[in-house]
Design a protein around this ligand. Structure first.
Ligand SMILES: NC(=O)C1=CN([C@@H]2O[C@H](COP(=O)(O)OP(=O)(O)OC[C@H]3O[C@@H](n4cnc5c(N)ncnc54)[C@H](OP(=O)(O)O)[C@@H]3O)[C@@H](O)[C@H]2O)[C@@H](O)CC1
Ligand SMILES: [K+]
Length: 233
């Protein structure tokens, strides 16, 4: 049957997304932790099954986007990937990160639960500046720094990544990039850049419905997929 035109893509704003999640949690249809696990599973499912040696460099920020990153780290390690996590704001869970800095993960969130689970299952974290120590090779970078909660400039978060990326590219490394929900460096509602060099994702895995920024990314040739995490709108 001839299609009558592009399927209507339902767009939600970050506020609508939060309302939908809160309604589902209030109705007892899902817990935040279940939603986070499903989000992490959807991201891990989108990761290509590369031949070894394969390294996943997971960048975890201080919010629930970072929480998704800890789920992805655990799932990829379970699938035999080498996984190195670089975290911002997680000193309270990982003492090896050193003394707390300016940015600190809020306590009592689903992200804290998953950060602790990564630690309790033997996972560790290094500061973003330690990206300088990552050897060039076949690398998948999972951007779980900031998601729909980003609202202000974040160049300083991305600086260590761009420095390491330049070195890997000079060494001829094969680098693929995947952003969780929204690439770090974009306001998901306005689509505006929040960094001079926002994270450049080969693939973006978002959840439940597209946000306005995803149309701009798609127009720029970025692959965007939307995973169902069990939220009925
Ligand atoms: N809720 C759910 O059930 C589910 C949510 N899901 C996941 O959660 C994500 C949304 O999580 P989120 O609301 O915690 O926001 P997120 O994008 O992690 O960042 C906010 C944090 O970063 C901080 N921050 C902001 N800008 C900053 C900067 N420039 N430099 C430094 N820090 C900065 C900001 O601090 P603040 O602005 O409060 O000072 C705040 O602490 C969503 O994208 C999806 O991946 C999925 O698991 C599905 C289920
Ligand atoms: K992200």
């Amino acid at each position: 049957m001839k299609r009558t035109g592009p399927e209507v893509v339902q767009l939600v704003t970050s506020a609508q997304m939060r309302a939908i999640e809160n309604a589902a949690m209030a109705a007892g249809r899902a817990t935040g932790l279940q939603l986070m696990e499903r989000a992490g599973e959807a991201v891990a499912a989108a990761v290509p099954d590369w031949p070894a040696p394969r390294l996943a460099v997971v960048l975890c920020g201080p919010g629930n986007n970072g929480g998704d990153g800890f789920v992805v780290a655990r799932l990829l390690a379970g699938r035999g990937w080498q996984v190195q996590v670089f975290a911002l704001g997680w000193e309270a869970v990982f003492p090896e990160l050193g003394p707390p800095g300016l940015v600190r993960a809020r306590q009592g969130t689903d992200a804290v639960t998953n950060a602790r689970r990564w630690r309790d299952e033997g996972g560790s974290c290094r500061p973003l500046t330690a990206l300088a120590e990552v050897e060039a090779g076949r690398i998948l970078v999972v951007d779980a720094l900031l998601g729909i909660g980003q609202t202000r400039p974040c160049d300083e978060l991305l600086e260590p990544y761009w420095r390491a990326r330049a070195r890997w590219d000079r060494a001829g490394a094969e680098v693929r990039t995947l952003s969780v929900d929204v690439p770090t460096g974009f306001d998901c509602d306005s689509g505006a850049a929040l960094a001079r060099r926002p994270f450049e994702a080969d693939l973006v895995v978002s959840f439940h419905a597209e946000k306005p920024v995803h149309a701009r990314l798609r127009a720029a040739g970025v692959a965007v997929t939307v995973a169902d995490i069990g939220l009925s709108s």
